[in-house]
Design a protein around this ligand. Structure first.
Ligand SMILES: Cc1ncc(COP(=O)(O)O)c(C=O)c1O
Length: 396
């Protein structure tokens, strides 16, 4: 009965692509116990260390006591608690947008927004390195989807011109450019103002997935638009998640009121899914409170990025341009990368190896994710292990 699945799993094992879960048996912090071993964690999206912050925990407990453990229904039935609307107002204000709608996860926000906004007779242009949830959403939408080479807007324009020519006189109903703000594997930032300029020219809308940028870049942690000093732009529809720098869970779309009204009526992952539990919503609100009132976490994160960037260059690693807490250290060969990741783990540093198909051939890498709560000692320890093990394996 299961022969096909077993065969497929065996194939994955043979190709070195088999995935297995690692068990964490401690609180979510810079040091964790994974598979029984204490390691310094360099793989978390908990960039500001908020996932274990007392204020978030306190807010979650209080909401649990006030409202109960679950919302009990989808938002459009009877699950629309006042706390959901409060979070929507807070995230819209934080992002300097007029309206917001929350989803159960960032993945669901992408699925819901993209599949309902883009349909038949629409065109999507999507960056080659966009997150899997965007790829899946484009596939699920009925729109014609074209992939443009990573951040290559000249190529985007060429693909766009050709598509418009081929499509004929009637034209597309809507054209969408979709991009991550900070790319999750390379840690680089999309040049958003350039993309918006082209969008203006072709009357396109830009869907920006700012999952990794929110709470991370911009003077107030406002993400990619704030980083580039772009105020609320009508062409911009922002998607995000509370699960990364905000230390909680839940996705959102922020933008023009009309877009939010449309999504409430059309986004299936919003309509047909139970509303987020109030405790989770309260934790997200507490995270926004912290971001709005205290810049120390953002500053510590930047200091840690600078510290790691300097250290890794001194050791002699080939890392890409480091702009954000996501730092890819390119090894190249997939087997060597995994061997290196295992060696780091054995020495108490957990930074995962990333290999094809997640990244292109010969671009296998160790992906380091930094947190504001990493101490100077933890970063120095990691750097010495990178040096020691890198030399032992002949990588540097
Ligand atoms: C760019 C990007 N978008 C969306 C998501 C999905 O967010 P969530 O984990 O909240 O579902 C992720 C998370 O992995 C991501 O990296």
């Amino acid at each position: 009965m299961f022969a096909h699945f077993q065969k497929e799993l065996n194939r994955l094992k043979e190709k070195g692509l088999y995935r297995a879960l690692k068990k964490v048996s401690s609180s979510v912090d810079t040091t964790v116990i994974i598979n029984g071993r204490e390691v310094i964690l360099f793989s978390s999206n908990n960039y500001l260390g908020l996932a274990n912050h007392p204020a978030l925990k306190k807010a979650a407990i209080s909401a649990l006591q006030n409202y109960g453990s679950g919302a009990g229904a989808s938002r459009l039935i009877s699950g629309n608690l006042e706390i959901h609307e409060k979070l929507e107002q807070r995230i819209a204000a934080f992002k300097k947008c007029s309206a917001a709608i929350i989803f159960s996860t960032g993945y669901m926000a992408n699925i819901g927004a993209i599949t309902s906004l883009a349909g038949k007779n629409d065109l999507i242009l999507s960056d080659q390195l966009n997150h899997a949830s965007i790829i899946d959403a484009c596939r699920l939408s009925e729109a014609e989807t074209k992939i443009y080479p990573h951040k290559d807007f000249a190529a985007l324009e060429e693909i766009l011109r050709q598509a418009i020519r081929r499509h004929g006189k009637a034209g597309y109903n809507n054209i969408f450019f979709i991009t991550d703000g900070i790319f999750s594997m390379d840690g680089d930032i999309t040049p958003l103002p350039d993309l918006l300029k082209i969008a203006e020219q072709y009357n396109a809308l830009v869907i920006l997935d700012d999952a990794h940028a929110t709470g991370v870049i911009g003077n107030n942690g406002g993400g990619t638009p704030e980083y580039f000093d772009i105020a609320d732009n009508k062409r911009l529809i922002q998607i995000g998640t509370f699960s990364k720098a905000m230390g909680s869970l839940g996705g959102y779309v922020v933008g023009h009121e009309l877009i939010v009204e449309f999504l409430i009526n059309r986004a299936r992952s919003f309509i047909y899914s139970t509303a987020l539990p109030p405790s989770v919503v309260a934790a997200s609100i507490a995270a926004i409170d912290i971001l709005e009132n205290d810049k120390t976490l953002l500053h510590s994160l930047q200091n840690n990025i600078d510290r790691f960037k300097k250290g890794i260059a001194e050791i002699g690693y080939d890392s890409m341009e480091i702009e954000t807490p996501i730092i890819p250290i390119i090894i190249g060969d997939a087997d060597l990368t995994m061997k290196f990741a295992d060696a780091l783990f054995e020495k108490g540093v957990y930074a995962p190896g990333i290999r094809p198909p997640t990244v292109p051939d010969n671009q296998s890498r160790i992906r380091v994710s930094l947190m504001s709560s990493h101490t100077e000692d933890q970063i120095n320890t990691a750097l010495s292990v990178f040096e020691e093990e890198g030399k032992r394996l002949g990588i540097i």
